[in-house]
Design a protein around this ligand. Structure first.
Ligand code: NAD
Length: 762
């Protein structure tokens, strides 16, 4: 018999020896609790110092015997942060793995760290990318600082009536006075005890008026097969014989929920964190054979999954979900406050350009005074699709890749956004890029929403035939959402004209007729637009010219440095040189070149065509990659990748204008430095919007079946970008904000206006 089992028996049993033991233990329990209360007071008075955690933290703890619903509440809190794009780290005290696995399943994006030492655990979570902490079962631990204390109080966790001399609820944990430390007090309850929980919440609210008092119901939300994952309707349990096995501290209330569905229930209760030795598993398997269903909790399922005999009927795993009954919105507001304490300037933005982007959205939303409901709508993607993409490799083996497509917002028109093939593709990244596309299309006022997609694969290890199979299978898996009126892909990282042609063909084969307008960035011969290849670089040239004009300068004689000599960078450099600019530095992955008197761009383009990289070019001096950013020049064009201008190099940048050809090249911390220095930044969603604008022209031409000459394309592109540039300038001076925020205001306002006009279908 384990020590835990003995403790459980002493605590709960009505048997005389257990009562006697409790009688003996009572004084110790009270002494222990008195010491804990004194310790709490010492912390409250500042006699003992709490050590600061490296991240904002929400501590969640039971103020009662376990089983109150702390785990689902911690998971709900973590999911709340994850939904807002702030990666949560869940710290556990180091249980036997069951809670860790449950959290991981409930909040797939979370970092779950079991460690009894909170500081060490917090550091581990931070190292893995967490930006906010949820301390599970930590309320009573006072040695570390936290931003919000959440106390979980349960009506059902008070000792059963038969227990004479009950040990005080949670003697090893808290006394009720500890509720005074809570910012949020959550009363949980089982189905049967509505009145009781309301009354308790009322009493608590009267006693601790400072705290947000909320109540919540832990409701049985679904049932899924232990191994197969097959879903079973809750209604299926009605009038059946169900065995409920539960190793949570409050199995009785769990069984009551099943009973409330109309099942006759036999309860096999174990203590919290039960280990399920072979004997217990065998007993359960036998019980399962005699019943219609065996239902276990998620925590138990973690242990049973690998041990369940193959010949026994499959248990159903019950998923418990949290439903707010009282003040759920107030709890959200408290957590929103935590989000504000996340050190966005230094921590997240520097490492994650997508977070920085949403941070700017938040700023714009605030200045626009966006109402809360609309804010919530615009902060969440409309649709997220995850597909498995099986293909035959060339050696005959089947490989399965994961593909994503996210439609962020389609209020203004069909979604528009690239598809990337890359090992680093994640759903989070795709979501953020889809949001980015939404703002970009709105900023240049073309009738598109935003989307993005990707397949997690390494195209450098795949043959052309394999790439084609991945493209076609991915296309057919998301075909329901594709279409000229619903979602129109384009090339992105590691995809090109060739890939777009395959997508167009696959889509058309399914539709039984040719649909060229389903993708943009196609070869000109099959409905692509003239001028599309040069459009992004041309756009950079146009907006730079406009920016120079506001400073009383012109392209003629202006010294320009370009990072990245690919599609965007080389075209921008070439067009600017043709307008009389002096290109003093360029770089690509292979090298960086410098000539203060001006590089011969045409010659460089010819060199790259032959050698596929700048390295080896001798008619210029070589410098380091970093020097390209800080070289003496008037205009800097980062046109390579994201996050290259950071707090480290921003102070050394000499350019007066930065034209962001790449997406997200500047971190938020660098933004601030550049702003203080008075650098004129043309933000990415404006600077590189030329590409999507001509994609729009391509779509228009495909649908009209009438194709424009290159001069018309360029003229119309110029008109749109010059107008958008002017709108951003006007907004910047109206709100006295930096260009970046001004462009988000223009964009977000347009999307919001469309939502208001259309009305909320909610
Ligand atoms: P590309 O692959 O044609 O070119 C990228 C260039 O950057 C290459 O020359 C590469 O060698 C260089 N590079 C990569 N890492 C570098 C580094 N650390 N230092 C110096 N050079 C480096 O890509 P592209 O189409 O020109 O796109 C560039 C950027 O512009 C990306 O951020 C892309 O998302 C953005 N963008 C492109 C378009 C478009 O229409 N092509 C539209 C909007 C935004």
């Amino acid at each position: 018999m384990s020590a835990q089992r003995i403790a459980h028996w002493i605590w709960w049993s009505g048997a005389a020896p257990a009562r006697a033991a409790r009688g003996l233990l009572l004084p110790f329990a009270f002494v222990y609790r008195t010491i804990m209360s004194a310790r709490a007071k010492a912390y409250a008075r500042g006699w003992l110092r709490q050590r600061p955690l490296p991240l904002p933290a929400v501590a969640i703890g039971n103020l009662a015997v376990g089983g109150a619903g702390k785990t689902p509440l911690a998971a709900w809190t973590a999911a709340f942060f994850a939904r807002r794009g702030v990666k949560p780290g869940i710290l556990l005290r180091g249980y036997r793995g069951d809670e860790q696995a449950v959290h991981q399943r409930l909040v797939p994006g979370a970092i779950v760290v079991p460690d009894a030492d909170r500081l060490a655990g917090a550091e581990k979570a931070r190292a893995q990318g967490a930006r906010v902490l949820v301390l599970d079962d930590a309320y009573q631990r006072l040695n570390v600082e936290r931003d919000v204390n959440v106390a979980v109080v349960s009506t059902e966790s008070s000792p059963p009536r038969h227990v004479a001399w009950p040990l005080p609820a949670g003697p090893w944990r808290e006394d009720w006075g500890a509720l005074g430390r809570a910012d949020v007090i959550v009363v949980t309850r089982r189905r049967a005890a509505v009145a009781e929980s309301r009354a308790l919440a009322g009493r608590i609210a009267a006693r601790w008026p400072e705290a947000v008092v909320a109540s919540v119901q832990l409701a049985l939300d679904g049932l899924a097969g232990l191994r197969s994952g097959r879903r079973v309707e809750l209604a299926a349990l009605a009038r059946t014989r169900v065995v409920v096995a539960a190793g949570i501290a409050d199995p009785v209330s769990f069984a009551a929920q099943i009973r409330a569905l109309g099942a006759s229930v036999q309860l096999m209760a174990y203590q919290d964190h039960h280990a399920y030795p072979p004997g217990d598993v065998a007993r359960l398997a036998r019980a399962a054979k005699d019943a219609d269903y065996l239902v276990v909790t998620e925590k138990d399922a973690v242990k049973l999954r690998s041990r369940w005999p193959a010949d026994a009927p499959e248990p159903l795993v019950a998923e418990l979900a949290l439903r707010w009954e009282l003040n759920g919105a107030a709890v959200e507001r408290v957590l929103e406050g935590v989000l504000k304490t996340v050190d966005k300037q230094t921590f997240l933005a520097e490492e994650n350009p997508f977070e920085a982007m949403m941070e700017r959205f938040d700023h714009a939303a605030k200045l626009l005074n966006l109402d809360r409901g609309l804010y919530k709508v615009l902060r969440n993607p409309e649709k997220q699709i995850i597909v498995s993409v099986p293909i035959f490799r060339d050696n005959g083996e089947v490989e399965v890749y994961t593909g994503y497509r996210v439609l962020y917002n389609t209020s203004r028109g069909p979604a528009k956004g690239g598809i990337r093939f890359d090992l680093n593709v994640t759903l989070e990244e795709v979501k953020a890029l889809a949001a980015w596309m939404t703002w970009k299309c709105a900023l240049v006022n073309i009738p598109f929403g935003g989307s993005k997609g990707g397949v997690v694969c390494d195209p450098t290890t795949m043959s052309m035939a394999e790439l084609e199979r991945v493209t076609r299978r991915y296309t057919s898996s998301i075909i329901e959402i594709l279409g000229p009126d619903s979602d129109v892909p384009a090339p992105d990282v590691n995809t090109n004209e060739r890939v777009m042609a395959w997508i167009m063909d696959t889509y058309s084969m399914h539709k039984r007729h040719t649909v060229t307008a389903v993708v943009t960035g196609k070869p000109v011969e099959m409905g692509g637009s003239l001028g599309r290849r040069e459009a992004t670089g041309r756009g950079c040239m146009i907006v730079t010219r406009e920016a120079l004009a506001t400073l009383g300068m012109s392209l003629k004689g202006t010294r320009v440095a370009v990072q990245g000599f690919g599609n965007v960078g080389s075209v921008a450099a070439d067009l600017m040189a043709k307008e009389g600019a002096v290109i003093v530095a360029v770089s690509d992955k292979s090298t960086a070149l410098h000539n203060p008197k001006g590089l011969d761009v045409q010659d460089l383009i010819k060199w790259v065509k032959e050698h596929r990289q700048l390295a080896g070019y001798t008619r210029a001096e070589t410098i380091t990659h970093e020097q390209v950013l800080t070289v003496d020049c008037d205009v800097l064009i980062p046109a390579a990748t994201e996050n290259v201008i950071t707090r480290k190099n921003a102070p050394h940048i000499k350019a007066k204008i930065i034209c962001e050809g790449a997406n997200g090249p500047t971190s938020a911390a660098a933004d601030k430095i550049l702003e203080d220095k008075g650098v004129f930044v043309i933000p990415d969603i404006l600077a590189n919007a030329g590409g999507v604008t001509v994609s729009y022209f391509e779509w228009v031409q495909d649908r009209g079946g009438y194709f424009w000459d290159e001069e018309t394309v360029n003229r119309r592109l110029e008109a749109i970008l010059v107008r958008s540039f002017g709108e951003v300038m006007a907004m910047a001076s109206k709100h006295k904000v930096a260009n970046r925020i001004a462009s988000y205001i223009v964009a977000v306002d347009r999307v919001a206006a469309m939502h208001r006009l259309r009305g909320m279908y909610a």
